[in-house]
Structure formats: C-alpha cells, structure tokens
Design a protein around this ligand. Structure first.
Ligand code: PLP
Length: 411
C-alpha cells in the first residue's frame, strides 16, 4: 500500500467529512480515542453557551428554562439508537463504576436463591473491583464474585449463577464477545446479564434489544467523545423496570424530588437509576458531542473501523519491523472491537517515542501498546503515516533513549 493508495481510500470514504466536526491538534495522529475521545466543535460551543448564558445569566431558572432537569433523559435517548435500544430504557448518570454497583445490587436481588456473580478474569479492573466491594458489603453468603478465563465462560454458566457481568470488547486485546450468543446461553439458566459497552458504543452498532440483554452500562468519554470524565449511561430493559430497585436511592431518582417527601419512592422506569444532581456542564458537552452521530450510518462506522485496523496490520507487516511486535488482538476483524494491541518487551518506551513524534497511543501494563481506530475522525493516510513512524522507531531503536523510560501517574 502506497501513500497515494491510502489517500485514495480517504477520497472515497463516505464518512470522511465527519473529521471536520472535531478539533484535532496539528501534527498529531490521535490513535487513543478509545481512551479519551477528542473535542467535537459542537461540544466546545455548547459548553461556552452553558457557562456564559445558561449558568452566567439565567442562573437557577435554567433548570426549567434550558431544561437542565431533563438532560439525563435526553442524553439517554440520544445514546439509545447507538446501542440498539428502543426509547425509555437508557439514562445518563454517574460513572460506569457507580452504575455497575447499582445494577449488580439490583440484579442480584432479582435472583434471591443465587449468589454468584460470574465475570471474566481479565475484565476491566473497575468492573471486578465493584463486584469485590459488593461482596464485602453484603457478605459472601449473598454475593460471590467468581472469575474465569474467557474460554471457560460458557462452561461456567449454570443454575448457581445469578448475574453474568461482562465487557463486550476487552480493554487489553480488543477481543469481542458475541453478546447475542452469551446472553441466550445465560438466559437458558435464568441468569441475568450486564454488558459493559465502554469500548463498543460509538465504534460500531450494538443490538441490546435484539439480543434480549437485561442490563448494560457504557462510557461517555471514549468513542462518544463527551470529554474527560463525561457521565456514563445505564440501560435497563423495559421488562425489568417495574420489578427492580437500585440501592443508591437518591432524590434525583425519586418519583417527585421537588415534593421533598421524607420517604423514598422510586421514579418510574430507568429514571430511578439517577442518584444525585447531574453535572450539567459535563453532561451538556456529551449531549452536544452526540449530535455528531445524528447522521452517521453505524454500519459504515463499523466497516471503516475494520478497514482502518486491517490497513494498520497490513502496513506494519510490509517491511521488517513487525517481526518484533506481536499482535495479540484477534486476527479477524469480526472478532475484535476498534483497537489493536501489540506486545513488545519495550512497549512503554515505544509508546513514549510514538507520542513524542505525534502519534498518540497508549500503553497497558505490562507490555501492551494499544492503537485505537475511531472511525469518525481517523483517516487512512493517518494509519499509513503512523505505521511509517512506528517502523522507524523500532528499526532505529530510538525508543531506548532515557527520556522514553520515565513513567508518570497516568499511562
Ligand atoms: C473505561 C472503562 C470503564 C471506566 O469506568 P468509569 O467508572 O466510568 O471510570 C469501565 N469499564 C470498562 C470496560 C472501561 O473500558
């Protein structure tokens, strides 16, 4: 593949124009949208407007005048089509961690005779930590977090399991589970499923309703580009909404918060998953960021995501360098999400050298470099160029310089 070929792919890319809706720093190839999405122009304008006009001028009247009070619901409804959910099943609030605590507790109490929460050993740590926290809160007699390797999951589904807690796309190697299949297998044992869509929503279509999923959570700041610490989302299938209750019963999840009653009475529907006052500035940024998806065909998004990673694999395998980098993501695009993971003993130093040359990637301990291919704004020519820079760093062994060894707090 030549530079000209890569540029030609950009010319015929049906979603190429989406890139113009983002602020992307000059001379930077941003392959880290799977960790923190870049700034959409609309989000920048919206935050300025919320601060200057809504907060600055209209003050507290903005809860009604600018509909701040309905923002969690509106944002939830904007995310719904991205994850294959009919209206009335999503709301935006808190972080994935906090939402998982609510969902896990609620789901566990829907299966009173069972206590096992089954998850995967290399699930994202916060998912496991929340399970561990719940276990120590309610005691092992009520909750036992059990983790198995990915290839042991199916065998571990039996009638002792209350809840199956999984992430669709593994944060390290990008391996993707089959949501429909695992959900059906879990349901055959009357197990409730919670899917974490942190590396799915906004990268490719997800079909929650079609797969009959019970519960899901997802991230606002990765492929949805809502900004650092943007609130997360919760999905609760309609059929469960009347029969469950979540433990963080705060006033924003009350039936009538402004009645200021002494006793909690849960709001109808998924709104009961709200707890405290939403962060309006942050949620407004996410709300505006989601407008970028309004006219995007999700199948085109998925196709481009696969094509970008295929191109990366191909470009890297052309000359010699890839002998040193081992692809640990599945070789088939169908079995992965939107990032690739490569192992190298000097992974940290190589990722630092790449960043120094404007190719932003991330490192995951102990030895993985992740390359994220967010299809809304990454071009084919970026992939070509990133590969050339990577080749050069590896072949020249520039990564061995001392300045690439120092680790900061966030990697
Ligand atoms: C990024 C990520 C999270 C983040 O959780 P927060 O509580 O929102 O910080 C959770 N799960 C997975 C799989 C992730 O990739």
């Amino acid at each position: 593949m030549s530079w000209e070929d890569a540029c030609r792919l950009d010319e015929v890319d049906p979603i190429a124009a989406k890139r113009e809706e983002f602020h992307l720093p000059e001379s930077t190839i941003y392959l880290d949208g799977n960790s923190l999405g870049p700034l959409p122009n609309k989000a920048k304008q919206r935050v300025a407007q919320v601060i200057e006009e809504e907060w600055g001028e209209d003050l507290i009247s903005s809860w009604n005048k600018h509909h701040w009070i309905d923002l969690p619901e509106r944002v939830g409804e904007k995310i719904a089509p991205l994850v294959g959910a009919a209206p009335g099943q999503l709301t935006c609030c808190d972080s994935i961690s906090v939402n998982l605590f609510k969902l896990l507790t609620a789901a566990l109490s829907m299966r009173p005779g069972r206590r096992v929460v089954l998850s995967q050993q290399d699930n994202f740590p916060t998912d496991l930590y929340i399970g561990q926290g719940l276990q120590s809160l309610v005691g092992e007699a009520r909750c036992e977090l059990k983790t198995v390797a990915a290839d042991q999951l199916e065998a571990a589904l039996d009638d002792s399991v209350a809840v199956l807690l999984l992430t669709e796309v593994n944060f390290r190697d990008g391996r993707k589970h089959d949501i429909a299949r695992l959900t059906a297998q879990a349901h055959a044992h009357d197990i409730l499923v919670i899917w974490d869509l942190a590396h799915s929503a906004g990268a490719f279509p997800v079909e929650l309703d079609k797969a009959g999923v019970d519960f899901a959570v997802g991230c606002g700041y990765k492929y949805l580009n809502g900004g650092p610490g943007a609130p997360a989302f919760v999905y609760v299938a309609s059929r469960h909404q009347d029969s469950l209750s979540q433990p963080l019963s705060g006033w924003m999840g009350h039936q009538a918060p402004f009645d200021f009653n002494e006793n909690y009475q849960a709001a109808d529907g998924v709104t009961q998953f709200q707890t405290g006052t939403p962060g309006i500035i942050s949620m407004s940024a996410l709300d505006a960021a989601l407008n970028v998806f309004a006219d995007v065909d999700l199948d085109q998004l998925a196709k481009k995501s696969a094509a970008l990673s295929e191109l990366f694999i191909q470009c890297l395998s052309e000359p010699q360098a890839d002998a040193q980098l081992e692809l640990v993501s599945p070789a088939s695009a169908k079995e992965r999400g939107s990032h690739l993971a490569y192992v190298h003993p000097q992974a940290f130093a190589i990722s630092q050298a790449l960043i120094a040359e404007g190719v932003i990637v991330d490192f995951r301990a102990p030895d993985i470099i992740r390359f994220g291919f967010a299809p809304l704004y990454i071009r084919y020519r970026d992939i070509w160029q990133a590969c050339r820079i990577l080749h050069d760093i590896i072949l020249s062994k520039r990564y061995a310089e001392a300045r690439f060894q120092a680790r900061e707090k966030v990697t």
